[in-house]
Design a binder for this molecule. Sequence first.
Ligand SMILES: Cc1cc2nc3c(=O)[nH]c(=O)nc-3n(C[C@H](O)[C@H](O)[C@H](O)COP(=O)(O)O)c2cc1C
Length: 331
Amino acid sequence: MALKTRFTELVGVEHPVVQGGMQWVGRAELVAAVANAGGLGFITALTQPTPQALREEIERCRSLTTKPFGVNLTILPAINPPPYAEYRQAIIDSGVKIVETAGNKPQEHVDEFKKHGIVVVHKCTSVRHALSAERMGVDAISIDGFECAGHPGEDDVPGLILIPAAADKVKIPMIASGGFGDGRGLAAALALGAEGINMGTRFMCTKESPIHQAIKEQIVANDERSTDLIFRTMHNTSRVAKNAISQQVVALEKEGAKFEDVRELVAGVRGRSVYEVGDNDAGIWSAGQIQGLIHDIPSCQELVGRIVREAEEIIQGRLARFVTSRAAVVA
Ligand SMILES: Cc1cc2nc3c(=O)[nH]c(=O)nc-3n(C[C@H](O)[C@H](O)[C@H](O)COP(=O)(O)O)c2cc1C
């Protein structure tokens, strides 16, 4: 048994389960473990300090798996933007065949990737952005609902509405993202019109995820209420794990704080040290509401296998049992 979809066919993987880009987390060991489990993992380009370091990380991943994997390029507005074109060139030169783009105005990057025959999966948080990416020529959409870790956008539409709303209009293959972590979620995503799932938080909490064990245990201890939305007042919302720092930022924003007032609290180096040192309150770190359904720290092989098995059982067993002929109901 296998769940074969237009998405698995497009990217050439066994299972419709994807590990999206994750700053500081999407490194070779995790991406290769997802690939070896039959899913699709993305190395996070900007986690690497330079385009050359990205080239080396891609090679490191190749030494760990022979299966397909991709690279995420996240394009966010910044005062001092990273050299996006150089990172993009490193991806192209390395012969990577699949890219996940995310963020604003990806046209120039999509054009270059397509010129080199690369499959582009664009991640976005609204139907209108999905349609505009489709017009831009991307090959697939990853639609990210309000439940997700990281940037859910400003529309606040959860997956239960966003996924079918997007499926009604998007013609290219689409995977569902945000709030997925088990086979029930995968079966639901397929029912809603998606052709696979993308997960961040759930993959953070696996054996191969390169973050401190204490943070994995914190995710297991957390529940579905353990997130905060920061930067709401700045129209750049981010869903993060609820901790002493996120609570402080939310309180300061309520008092009218500007970015400058919270800059030190939200600094990237502090967030990074959470994963390195294992101190939950060292800074801001991304995590989604799916934390409420995460109860263990499996290997990627165990996790992907379990999700697909559960989804198959739900589709063939539980759901199929609801379908009955009218005669049987009347009788
Ligand atoms: C720690 C962490 C870091 C993330 N960093 C990025 C990033 O750099 N670029 C990006 O496109 N998405 C990023 N994401 C979002 C994920 O790729 C994915 O869309 C999201 O986690 C899905 O929601 P989920 O956490 O409920 O599975 C990040 C998520 C997490 C948990």
